[in-house]
Design a protein around this ligand. Sequence first.
Ligand code: ZN
Ligand code: ZN
Ligand code: FE
Length: 762
Amino acid sequence: MSALHGARIHITGVVQGVGFRPFVYGLAKKLALTGWVRNTSAGVHIEVDGSEQAIARFVSALVEDAPPLARIDDIQVEACAPNAHSSFEIMASETIPEAYQPVSPDVSTCADCMREMRDASDRRYRYPFTNCTNCGPRFTIIEDIPYDRPNTTMAEFPMCAQCAEEYEDPLDRRFHAQPVACPQCGPQIWLEEGGRRVSEREEALQAVRSMLREGCIVAVKGLGGFHLACDATDAEAVVELRRRKLRVDKPFAVMMPDMNAVNAHCLMNEVERRLLESHERPIVILKRRAESNIVPEVAPGQDTLGVMLPYTPLHFLLLETETGYPNALVMTSGNLKEEPIATQNEEARENLNQLADAFLMHDRGIRTRCDDSVVCAIEDDLYPLRRSRGYAPFPVHLDWESPPMLAVGAELKNAFCLTQARYAFLSHHIGDMENYETLRSFEDGVAHYERLFRTKPEALAYDLHPDYLATRYALERSEHEGLPAVGVQHHHAHIAACMAEHGLDGDSPVIGVAFDGTGYGSDGAIWGGEFLLADYSSFERPFHLSYVSMPGGDAAVRQPWRLALAWLDRAGLAWAPDLPPVQAADSTALQTVRRMLSLGLNAPLTSSMGRLFDAVSALAGVRQTVNFEAQAAIEFEMLVDAEETGAYDFTFEEEEIDAAPLVEAVVEDLRSGTAVEKIAARFHNGVAAMVLKSCELIRERGGSRKVVLSGGVWQNQILLTRTLAQLRERDFEVYIHRQVPTNDGGIALGQAAVALQVLRER
Ligand code: ZN
Ligand code: ZN
Ligand code: FE
């Protein structure tokens, strides 16, 4: 027998609540190693005795065969004298003050749990809270670390003898699965109508299913909050839901029971299939089939559907298909307009009373509100649009060490970012910070992250917009706590976010193409069509879209016809009565806009690409007023004639890129009866060509060949894929978002990266 060796191993990453210790235990037994494994609040600690060869095999298997949900960030192995252990054991967890580690996001129900739930002889048959070490709630139920049951909202459910046995058995799939539960000891569901509990358990489930079939709207408590559910094939129910929710035509997400159902309603490729089935279970944007019987009112005027698969046992039971019904449920956030989704039973009873006919409740508490995530597939990979349930609070890995800092994000689609060492903990989706409730949710979220990750920010980063609630929060906190605070220009932050997630070092500036709706510019104007030559600490602005007035300010965002008129004016064209935006306004409105433009009153200047999309969409007669952000641009994109290769021109004058010739060409095309599909194509092609030309000019002047695309406009898939193709053809190296959203939901990461570098150089 070879000589006995010893080793101490320390592992960090997501290694708790993911079945890591049982895996270590099994592996040690297999290799005949003795010693112990233990969770600490800094990671996992292992000590082993065995032959040199067995230890080496053990270490490589730890990394290579780790359980599916584990994410190893670092493994340190240190040789030591053997300790004469007689067996291999799992030791009690140890709390190390100040230590922290990543917390696992929530994980959709695994195949083993599904099997048990469908097995009539299993004690968890049809139990809506079945879970194990490989699946179930995590982030949404955690109050504090270490991740043990007393620190979760499961604390109030004492385990029955059988559950406790599974929990204690290292060889059981539920060994130390903190939310473990069964029908005897765990949470339960019930149905409430008119404030009364009318049925429970299986009976409640069947009642909800028949209510949905009859066209009712039911509030369903889920993992990260309440949904409002109704039959997606029932036009009356969907229209009624829109009426109650005060939501005119912003699309609803749909949950479908399985891939067969998704296939029947939507087209999808392999990447989209993989994203749908991934354990994060996001909403995936798919092209809908023309023959689908999902009513158009689910996503009015759109050729796509946001689709997700069930991700908790309760969802599976709600959508089971033995009866062929329901085939698709609208599952939209349980809130009124843009308020935060309800998470507490009492809150739901109060706020959703006018919205839901009944409530499917349960008694497992939700600690952290977490909306469904939204993604689409670009080329062969994920492109995040909203990063929340299933992804948060998983960190983005930084390529550098960062002190604890808090970046507060922007106003719309807010998410904040807390950095610590090499981790950037980008928060779940907080929402639009326009009301008190969302601000409260933001403050609670920040406090929760600081506690979970045992960190206190030493610096703050914020958007330059003085009226953003998040900006005010940062400035007040900076004053209160005497912390340095760094204001970061909005589009610089967009570009830096994309650089940071790709680990670009920023040693030499990249070409950043930041296209979005609104961002506060360094000159006080509203930017959004920006070419930046940027590193982390600073940027130049070699080109930008030329400024145009927004008559009425925010009113021009809601009424794109106003922007179309401003652009006609700028291009020196008359407001002729044959043009759609002129027809959209009555004579008083036209006079008002005329006055605003000539006097420059209530007509802030903007270089926004998002607003140019709005203006041209209105000019082409597609949409004159919008009910949600980017609606005019989305409908314009949908029309693009894929065969059309023509492109409208922009002119370059010094650092200004003028769209006046483009506006002129659109009017000419309209008057010659060109199909709107061709106009839409020529516009998209024109913008892509303009991006290429700008990047080439910057490169010729000694700029970079690295191009970074960020900002909300890059959610436009046609523009994105055409721009990517053109840039690559001319040998540019192009970076797009893969981990955080390209819209303002990803901006906090960039703020943190910029602020760190600025502070270093101060
Ligand atoms: Zn499971
Ligand atoms: Zn039990
Ligand atoms: Fe933005």
